[in-house]
Design a protein around this ligand. Structure first.
Ligand code: SUG
Length: 463
């Protein structure tokens, strides 16, 4: 067994999990706008998924939620009042949409928290993490400062880890983190080929293929190529270990707002829908050629799912490609798929055949019920941030972040103690919700041994 392992850090669902229709271009989010949510069930579903992974022997850790409602943002937006409760009331009266944005528990989808370069791939031999700036959506643009604080509390040792500042935003400079990034390698322990998938360029280069790409007609792209390049540069990723690939605009217009809705890679396997990339055949050729320069001796497998087996719209509806693809033993992988894939006859038949034919290392499928998160467009892969770590790097993390059966029990009890059963949009103005959330998070930082990471815990902080 390799000492280097991929650790899945899962985002814990926060106490304000709601359906506010905040993400234009994310079909599930748009269609569930205004529905009543179940925060307790959502958090327990997330914990059950972590438990499955841990029981399968995949290293599992936890990332805490963020403080919501973000009263500070409402103040910045001009809502005022004697105290926080008055600010919430003022926003609820005149701008419920802004209150909803300030209350979103969207930080749970930690595939968008950051982009990671493992130490073996970075010029300075350290693990590099850049929090995503998430500038394309108001509610998500609140996340980066807290994400940076949280990651710094976990990846503490500067000799081993560097947590960079999020990229500046501005115009089209969106960065949505690991959701648009895949690392291919013979095993997690070997040097990887980093595949950065972008939806647009800030500047179109004359004579470049991208200029010929069909235009987006319905939705917008969230990831700029220049942002991905900046992350790769900042991490000291060797140029020959990076490829920048354009997403298929037709896929974005079909609701593929992140590449992890249409492709997933793990070690030497890339599982993708034929409509995922712009000029797919050329992309695959480039990836093959680049991979061969890194590992001439080793093969990798592109598992292409044709539209006639799983139509693009069905891939988006079922979230097949937002499955986690994990290695259980050398050459033996499993897909952790949303239960929605089981409900889809086309997808289920495809997966049954894939496993039965045994032509690929994908030998099993585990279905998980994440329907609470799925209604906001967040499947298994959205809820996790993958970090490849050596044994020494793992040992340098605070013990409290590891997910064990004991911690599962502790966290489930914590959720039951603090989370509401249901939450309707109108409940967001309730000042008790703010108090409940702060109490819950305060206790959580103690459970995880993270110290004070939230602004509300820093009473002396002049802000
Ligand atoms: O950014 N949904 C998230 C889902 C993120 C999924 N992550 C990955 N694909 N990696 C988003 O669109 C909806 C919130 C609401 O509508 O209330 C939301 O933010």
């Amino acid at each position: 067994m390799h000492a280097t392992k991929e650790v899945n850090f899962d985002g814990l669902v926060g106490p304000t999990h709601t359906y506010a229709g905040l993400s234009h271009g994310n079909v599930a989010s748009m269609s569930h706008r205004g529905a009543v949510s179940h925060p307790r069930e959502a958090a327990l579903q997330g914990l059950a998924k972590m438990r499955l992974l841990a029981d399968l022997g995949v290293p599992q850790a936890v990332l805490p939620p963020q403080e919501r409602p973000a009263v500070e943002m409402l103040r910045v937006l001009g809502f005022s009042g004697r105290d926080d409760a008055a600010v919430l009331r003022a926003a609820a009266r005149t701008a419920p949409d802004l209150l909803a944005a300030a209350s979103s528990a969207s930080a749970m989808w930690v595939a968008n928290a950051a982009t990671i370069t493992p130490s073996i791939d970075a010029a300075d031999g350290r693990v590099h993490l850049t929090p995503a700036n998430l500038t394309s959506k108001l509610h998500r643009s609140l996340e980066p400062p807290q994400t940076a604080r949280t990651l710094r509390a976990i990846f503490r040792d500067p000799a081993r880890f560097e947590v960079h500042a999020p990229l500046p935003g501005g115009g089209l400079w969106g960065d949505e983190g690991a959701a648009n990034h895949t690392r291919l390698a013979p095993t997690h322990a070997r040097r990887g080929l980093h595949v950065f998938v972008y939806g647009h360029r800030v500047r179109t280069q004359p004579g470049e293929n991208d200029a010929a790409a069909p235009r987006l007609r319905r939705y917008v792209s969230r990831q700029a190529r220049e942002a991905s390049e900046a992350v790769a540069r900042g991490h000291g990723l060797r140029a020959r270990q990076a490829e920048f690939v354009r997403q298929n605009p037709a896929a974005i217009d079909a609701g593929v707002f992140h590449n992890d809705v249409i492709a997933v890679g793990n070690e030497n396997v890339l599982f993708y829908h034929e409509a995922a990339f712009f000029r797919s055949a050329e992309v695959l050729r480039r990836l093959r050629a680049r991979y061969a320069t890194l590992h001439p001796e080793a093969a990798w497998q592109a598992v292409r799912v044709p539209d006639r087996r799983v139509p693009l719209a069905e891939a988006v509806r079922s979230y097949l490609f937002n499955s986690q693809l994990v290695t259980l033993a050398p050459g033996h992988m499993a897909l952790i798929a949303p239960a929605d894939c089981h409900d889809s006859p086309a997808v289920r038949t495809y997966l049954d055949d894939l496993v039965a034919e045994a032509r690929t290392p994908i030998r099993a499928v585990h279905y998980v019920d994440l329907r609470q998160s799925m209604r906001n467009g967040g499947g298994p892969a959205c809820l996790r941030l993958r970090v490849v770590l050596t044994a020494a790097e793992r040992a340098a993390l605070p013990a409290g972040v590891w997910f064990t059966p004991e911690r599962h029990a502790t966290l489930a009890a914590w959720v039951r103690r603090h989370y509401r059963e249901t939450l309707a949009p109108a409940d967001l103005a309730d000042p008790a919700l703010l108090e409940e959330s702060r109490r819950a998070l305060d206790e959580l930082t103690q459970l995880l041994g993270l110290g004070s990471i939230y602004p509300f815990q820093r009473v002396d902080d002049p802000k």
